[in-house]
Design a protein. Structure first.
Lengths: 349, 505, 341, 325
């Protein structure tokens, strides 16, 4: 029915330059997301600085980063979990369990090398995460149920193992608490570990086959199976990574605060999820960038740091924090919408 | 080299309640394009999934290059050089085009296993250029139209260096121009030494491309012929099991008053200055190249798409349509083009799907009356000849064509005046197609005004009383039945000069 | 339910006399009883020690102990535990409350069923208990803490308070007394700049402390009347090398604070002995069940190794038993206590 | 036309599928829990105790009912606990400022409804944001407003009759149980028998197709979130009555418990699946299990481990059974 000349005509009708322009524009929009959020962070920083000049001092920025380090490391793992359309509510409990076991071990063997403590905590987290991954990937239990269930189990184990006691500062050797106070290459160890984690993740997510396949699984699980991507193994891997990071953060947390409690980091998972969501990780799966997660964690870290600095009533703090997060999220939508609208206006009809 | 690159013998596959394949055979020669045809639900897609290792057959064996293989999974099939473009696009909407093309066989640096992005982007762009694509390899897959996604799927098969390429209804979502492109590509693949299995419900696809044709019916093997050794009529009999006489049964109908008129309809960035009308008993064809904005216009009329200018009149009265329920209350029905995403709830039963738009009427004070609901569903499903055991079968387990019949049935639950049918025969077999044409004709005869969006020229020309042609968001011509030929339509669809004169009805 | 309890004083009077008469009849009854203790939340070493003291006393008396604590420190969870204890028909309930008012209906129900209710450590309101076992006089705590910081900072400068949650009743009472003490002209040169809330969370307490230090660069002292808060502040001061520049005192567990007292970041702080609090509550519970006391002012009973204890007035219409003064922990004695609790 | 085909309109009774339903598993577990409780605690089978047991856990069960609808919509609402707190605090504060209790109760219900409406409006208006994001944020905001209103105070001293809601009996049956049963029946009917319920399922399965079928998707979502806010306020009433007073940190972490109950009840977070009866069974299963463990004085940490393991084991077993079938 159709004949050749027609096809050629049509091919000519498509402007050859348009395609390239469209591509660059859409690439631009995608970058814009994090930029918008970053702009919001900068604006907020200036505002706080205006109210309290000690905000943008080297010391305070160091404090801010130190306090945001653990959050930002956890947010990385959570990003991968959410990218696969999952969620992990157990990380606070995993963190507490690994922190408690490590603290107990360290207090019993004060000569233990800090590196060994870090490895021990990470291994415990890895074990917890692997178990979860097995539930999710092999048994096909929905992530929200599996992690909710294991949240209770891990928390209960933490209480049981500690016998209701805390491990206090005087029971921890200086070498152990030094993990959080020491520095590597002039950078505080916590911040250094976070930087390394971000570098590794950036590489892993963008430049390795496995990293990209995780996104593929989140973007379209059925297609992933049809094209032979090992979905189960990847899901397992994602929860194992999340667990390992929680375990690592458990050690960092305990070292930082020089105290291990049964209820350490209770409810912290929601803060981590909030950081991811602010950073543009889509709950629908498949979307999430390392840079976005970084900005999201920084924003939350900044709120936690700045509100005590502004002399606002403590009773207003929660409401203000919520309001600012709401504003940041809405501002992002507005920016995106106006970019989309401009994009439409520019289209030739 | 073996005589056949691919040989399947005595394949049987049973799903709970359905014998999808029953002792079927298939042989593919090197460098051959082999058409696989059959009614909806004949088992073609299932057969393909067995070849690609997605399903495992209950019985039968498979030989690749003369050697017997037992597929362990999709990856195994890919290693053997088998690639498939599935009926329902299986892409990763959040990833870039490049990644979609290279997923599963990424280029990595030796040693470090680092992904070679630059190389992959360049290679992807080269493949896309070769296929005549008008988009960039760094774009996000989800931003592409269905046709563009199809091109990516082909590029994917090309990049995998597949020796056996299977295309399951690749032309279903394509317009004429794109079909031509696809034919050219397919021929080039064959010239490059690949063997191709081509599934389609369009006869022209088969005649243009295939050397041989194999027909399945109801999961059974019917026969294999040389394309030129069998007449069109015999082929249809082989497929359907009976004769289908007239393909376009254009009934002479009484054309009455205007039921739908749009004036100056526009949506920033999508379409502008849309003026046309539909009269009682009239079938108005709406056609154009892919992306010309036909679906957007229809969806704006139906109250689901964006619209910022213009007026819509129903039976001469200006209508305010802000959501589909408004349109339906005014007697406008819309059959969406993507039945899987927009038309159906796949894990619901046939009955629930059919009655969803009409639930309010089938309920008393919000209380659903099941008896009434089921009798309506049964009546409509039977009227349209849905192939299933009962109205409580899950829609997701039906074949594509039967799913489409369920979508059509959904429209008929309401008291409508205007039907907007967006690609109603996409992926539908000849038998069902003629049934749908017959239904369209009957509906027109009953006094419905019908707006028929289609990319298939013969369908538009064969059925329409008038034809509206769109190009890049504007109407470029409104042709009468008498003046409409393929040439005039295509000229309007592609000519730049008509753009200022935007005709009105 | 709450509907058959009329006026506050009327109720406590009524149940008082009731308990008295039945108490005399049962005075010789030495059969083992079931006594329950509820702490704020599980996994809290302070609470564990209190329970330990309770158990110790009950072992001396030969009674059975049911010790419970919810997984989270909420009143809702404690209400459920009270229901469970009512169902088990225990003879007494001693509770360290997560909320002074919110347990009233539940505890009244328990008292209606003949269960003797007393609170310890963290009180419930006077309507929902017979007597409260007070670890230390809130007035003494508040005043002592101000006197301590006054001495540490040399009588002048800015100070701040780092509390737990803004809801914690005992914290708020102590803070009230601190403010009252500050009204004394002796402290004219001391300025209380802020009350911050660390919510008993490590991370929040740390940020709040850091915020205090930055917002008030001239800050001389921090009072943190809560273990998590004082330990977090100690950690921050240690890490920032502010020992000697910013003084720290408050209430905290010796084990948590040993590190900072030994290093001198915190010169001294206060606490009572939680074991003794539990121990005293056990004897009070036993006396209530036996009918030796009813919870009225002026009654006395023997509390094992703690000797004779008497019931005194608490506010308008409540009564309490005092354990004693808060105990001062400093470098001289911290080593012997840090492994005890 | 096509050859005429006759389609069956009779639902074949598929015994295997019928007995594989999740609700049987829950029922089985519920019976097992009751038998076990009766075995190990002499106090369990006491009528008064069993009756009172329901009072202890039913308060949050009110939110489970609309949460079922929310989850079937493939959404989630994590702001419910904060809504409870805000409604409760508003009511108590108004009452303490001299507003009559009856009016304060009405305003409490209104506050919850408004919170839900705001959630719904944000979710519908900003379709780019998912319900998780919106309610995660309003969770913080609502709780924050509660703190602004009451600061460090507790508010209470309600009239005597208000205590009846949480502690009273009607003909020997706890009032809260009666109200719960009424709401449960209403929600069950709404979900399973009405067009509205069918629309909820449709949207949960495929929102696009629902939109194209004329289902008022936005309106349904708004209504469901508003209902959730309303039921959170109902919970606020009963919970406040049980506590006799309120503070801004009331109902802390209820959201996870409520979601856990719905999910254990077979409501898939992927949307479109699950039945009301399952969620109700799950409420009683978890509630009675906790109560039974409490009666034999199992400590809190062991309770956590048992309930967590049960959640996973139950779902794992059902998954394995389904995969085999
Ligand atoms: N996963 C499945 N579960 C149950 N039945 C299935 C499944 N997949 C396919 N079927 C059934 O197998 C039969 C063959 O379906 P198939 O999709 O292979 O048909 P087809 O020839 O590709 O049709 P169409 O041309 O409409 O795409 C149909 O009756 C279908 O209902
Ligand atoms: N130049 C363009 N840039 C970006 N998007 C475009 C461009 N042209 C078209 N589109 C969009 O791409 C999509 C493709 O439209 P689609 O392929 O559905 O075409 P149609 O004419 O509406 O109908 P049909 O699908 O039946 O061919 C539409 O949403 C359209 O708005
Ligand atoms: Mg098919
Ligand atoms: Mg279209």
């Amino acid at each position: 029915m159709a004949d050749k000349p027609m096809a050629q005509q049509a091919a000519q009708a498509v402007p050859s330059g348009g395609a390239v322009r469209r591509a660059s524009l859409s690439v631009h929009i995608m970058r814009f997301r994090e930029l918008g959020l970053l702009g919001f962070v900068v604006l907020l920083a200036l505002l706080v600085q205006w109210r309290n000049p000690s905000f943008l001092t080297l010391e305070n920025i160091n404090d801010l980063l130190r306090n945001a380090a653990i959050l930002s490391i956890l947010a990385l793992g959570m990003m991968l979990v959410i990218v696969t359309r999952g969620i992990d509510l157990s990380i606070g409990a995993t963190l507490a369990l690994s922190g408690m076991i490590t603290a107990l071990t360290v207090s019993a063997n004060p000569g233990m090398h800090p590196m060994a403590a870090l490895l021990l905590g990470t291994a415990i987290g890895l074990a917890c995460g692997s178990l979860l991954g097995w539930f999710v990937a092999r048994l096909g239990i929905l992530p929200i149920i599996a992690t909710l269930g294991m949240m209770n189990v891990f928390r209960g184990l933490t209480f049981t193992i500690s016998g209701g006691k805390w491990v206090s500062a005087h029971q921890m050797p200086d070498s152990f608490t030094g993990i959080a106070t020491g520095s590597i290459l002039g950078i505080n160890t916590l911040i250094f570990i976070a930087i390394v984690a971000y570098a590794v993740f950036h590489y892993f997510v963008n430049h390795t086959r496995t990293g990209r396949q995780i996104y593929a699984v989140g973007s379209n699980p059925e297609a992933a199976v049809i094209s032979g991507i090992p979905k189960e193994r990847l899901l397992w891997l994602v929860y194992a990574i999340m667990g390992a990071l929680s375990g690592l953060c458990g050690v960092l947390w305990v070292a930082k605060f020089a105290s291990a409690q049964g209820d350490t980091a209770m409810g912290y998972e929601l803060t981590v999820i909030a950081a991811c969501v602010l950073g543009g990780v889509s709950i629908a799966g498949g979307v999430g960038k390392v840079s976005g997660v970084l900005v999201g964690s920084l924003l939350i870290g900044m709120l936690n740091n700045a509100l005590p600095l502004l002399n606002v009533s403590p009773f207003w703090q929660t409401a203000i924090q919520g309001g600012i997060i709401l504003l940041a999220v809405l501002a992002n939508v507005w920016v995106k919408r106006s970019v989309d609208r401009n994009h439409l206006l520019r289209r030739r009809i | 080299m073996a005589e056949f690159v691919l040989e399947l013998n005595g394949i049987t596959k049973t799903f709970p309640g359905v014998k999808a394949l029953d002792n079927v055979h298939f042989r593919l020669k090197p460098g051959e394009i082999h058409a696989l045809m059959g009614e909806n639900g004949a088992g073609k897609s299932t057969f393909i999934k067995i070849i690609t290792g997605v399903y495992r057959p209950d019985e039968g064996d498979m030989l690749v290059n003369g050697r017997k293989v037992e597929l362990k999974g999709p990856r195994h099939a890919a290693e053997l050089g088998i690639a498939a473009i599935y009926q329902h696009v299986t892409c990763y909407p959040d990833l870039t085009v490049t990644e979609n093309i290279f997923m599963g066989h990424e280029r990595v640096e030796k040693g470090t296993r680092r992904l070679l992005w630059k190389e992959m982007h360049e290679e992807a762009q080269r493949l896309l250029d070769e296929l005549g694509a008008d988009f960039h390899s760094r774009m996000t897959m989800g931003a592409l139209s269905v046709a563009q996604q199809q091109i990516v799927e082909i590029a994917k098969a090309l990049s995998a260096n597949a020796k056996i390429i299977i295309m399951d209804e690749p032309t279903a979502a394509l317009t004429v121009r794109e079909c031509e492109q696809l034919y050219a590509i397919t021929e080039r693949l064959r010239a490059g030494g690949a063997s191709i299995i081509f599934i389609s419900h369009r006869f022209e696809d088969m005649y243009r491309l295939a050397d041989n044709v194999t027909v399945f019916r109801d999961g059974k093997y019917i026969g294999t012929w040389g394309v030129h050794d069998i007449s069109n009529k015999d082929l249809i009999v082989a497929m359907v099991g009976r004769e289908v006489t007239q393909l376009f049964p254009k009934k002479e109908t009484q054309i009455g008053d205007e039921v739908l008129r749009v004036e100056g309809l526009g949506a920033t960035g999508y379409f502008a200055d849309i003026n046309f009308s539909v009269r009682r008993g009239e079938i108005v064809g709406l056609t154009g190249l892919v992306g010309s904005g036909r679906s957007e216009v229809c969806q704006a009329i139906f109250g689901i798409g964006p619209r910022d200018r213009g007026k819509i009149y129903v039976e001469g009265r200006e209508a305010s349509i802000r959501r589909p329920a408004d349109a339906m209350a005014l007697g406008i029905g819309y059959l969406p083009e993507d039945r899987q995403k927009q038309g159906l709830i796949l894990n619901w039963e046939i009955a629930g799907n059919i009655t969803l738009p009409a639930l309010r009427r089938l309920a008393r004070m919000g209380w659903i009356r099941r008896k009434a609901e089921w009798s309506v569903a049964k009546m409509l499903a039977e009227k349209l000849g849905v192939k299933a055991t009962g109205i409580f079968d899950l829609v997701g387990s039906l074949s594509g064509g039967n799913q489409q019949k369920v979508v059509v049935a959904k429209l008929l639950t309401s008291e409508l005046k205007v039907l907007i049918l967006d690609e109603p025969t996409k992926g539908v077999d000849v038998g069902a197609k003629s049934a749908i044409y017959e239904i369209i004709g009957e509906l027109a005869a009953q006094g419905y005004g019908i707006l028929l969006v289609s990319s298939e020229m013969p369908e538009v020309i064969g059925l329409s009383d008038r034809i509206v042609v769109m190009r890049e968001g504007r109407i470029t011509a409104i042709l009468d039945r008498s003046e409409a030929t393929q040439e005039t339509i295509l000229e309007a669809a592609m000519d730049d000069s008509t753009r200022e004169t935007g005709a009105s009805a | 339910g709450g509907n058959n309890n009329s006026g506050n004083t009327g109720n406590s009077g009524a149940s008082g006399t009731e308990g008295n008469s039945s108490g005399q009849a049962e005075a010789k009854d030495d059969t083992p009883k079931k006594h329950a203790i509820i702490f704020k939340n599980a996994g809290n070493p302070y609470g564990e020690k209190m329970i330990e003291g309770f158990r110790e006393a009950m072992a001396e008396l030969g009674h059975e102990v049911i010790a419970k604590a919810p997984d989270q420190p909420t009143a809702e969870a404690q209400i459920q535990i009270i229901e469970e204890l009512i169902a088990q028909k225990v003879d007494s309930i001693a509770i360290a409350a997560n909320d002074s008012d919110a347990l009233e209906p539940a505890l009244k129900k328990a008292m209606d069923r003949g269960i003797k209710v007393l609170s310890l450590d963290s009180a419930v309101n006077a309507n929902s208990r017979l007597v409260h076992v007070n670890q230390a006089d809130p007035e003494r705590i508040g005043r002592t803490l101000i006197q301590a910081i006054h001495e540490m900072i040399g009588g002048e400068g800015q100070i701040a308070i780092l509390s737990a949650t803004s809801q914690a009743t005992n914290q708020n009472i102590w803070i009230e007394w601190m403010k009252k003490e500050l009204e004394n002209p002796v402290y004219a040169n001391i300025e209380l700049v802020k009350v911050a809330y660390g919510d008993d969370l490590r991370d929040k307490s740390v940020s709040e402390t850091e915020g205090l230090l930055k917002s008030y660069p001239d800050l001389k002292g921090i009072i943190a009347p809560t273990t998590v808060g004082i330990a977090a502040a100690g950690k921050v001061l240690t890490d920032k090398g502010l020992k000697g520049q910013v003084q720290l005192t408050g209430l905290g567990l010796p084990s948590e604070m040993a590190e900072y007292i030994e290093s001198g970041v915190c010169q001294w702080m206060y606490l009572w002995n939680p074991i003794d609090v539990g121990y005293l509550a056990a004897y009070a519970a036993d006396a209530l069940v036996k009918g030796d006391i009813t919870g009225a002012v002026g009654e006395t009973f023997k509390a094992g190794r703690l000797g004779e204890k008497s019931i005194v007035r608490d506010g308008e219409d409540g009564t309490q038993i005092m354990l004693g003064d808060p105990f001062r922990f400093d470098q001289s004695n911290i080593a012997e206590w840090k492994n005890v609790y | 036309m096509m050859e005429p085909r006759v389609l069956s309109d009779r639902k074949a009774f598929d015994a295997k599928r019928f007995f594989l339903q999740w609700e049987w598993m829950l029922l089985l577990l519920l019976v097992a829990v009751n038998v076990m409780n009766a075995q190990i605690s002499p106090y369990y089978l006491d009528f008064a105790n069993l009756r009172d047991a329901t009072m202890a856990f039913l308060d949050k069960a009110f939110i489970v009912l609309p949460m079922v609808l929310v989850i079937i919509l493939a959404d989630i609402d994590i702001s419910v606990a904060s809504t409870v707190a805000l409604s409760s605090v508003v009511m108590a504060d108004l009452y303490n400022r001299g507003v009559p209790m009856e009016l304060a109760i009405v305003i409490c219900l209104l506050t919850g409804t408004l919170c839900g409406l705001l959630n719904g409006w944000l979710i519908v208006r900003y379709r780019e944001l998912s319900a998780v994001i919106v309610t995660l944020i309003t969770m913080i905001v609502y709780r924050g407003i509660a703190y602004v209103i009451l600061e460090d105070q507790a508010a209470g001293h309600f009239p005597e009759w208000f205590g009846f809601l949480g502690w009273g009996y009607v003909a020997g049956v706890p009032f809260i149980l009666i109200v719960f049963v009424i709401f449960a029946v209403l929600f069950g009917l709404l979900l399973h028998k009405t067009t509205f319920g069918r629309h909820v399922y449709a949207i949960g399965n495929n929102p696009t197709a629902s939109r194209f079928s004329g289902v008022p998707v936005d309106r349904v979502r708004m209504i469901v979130f508003t209902l959730t806010g309303f039921m959170a306020a109902v919970t606020a009433l009963f919970l406040t009555s049980r506590m006799g007073s309120t503070r801004p940190n009331i109902a802390n972490m209820y959201e996870l418990e409520v979601i856990a109950m719905a999910v254990l009840g077979g409501i898939s977070t992927a949307g479109g699946k699950g039945r009301m009866i399952g969620a109700i069974l799950a409420v009683f299963l978890i509630g009675l299990l906790r109560y039974g463990l409490g009666l034999i004085n199992v400590n809190a940490q062991t309770q956590l481990i048992i309930i967590g393991s049960l959640l996973i084991a139950a779902v794992a077993v059902s998954n394995l059974r389904r995969n085999k079938a």
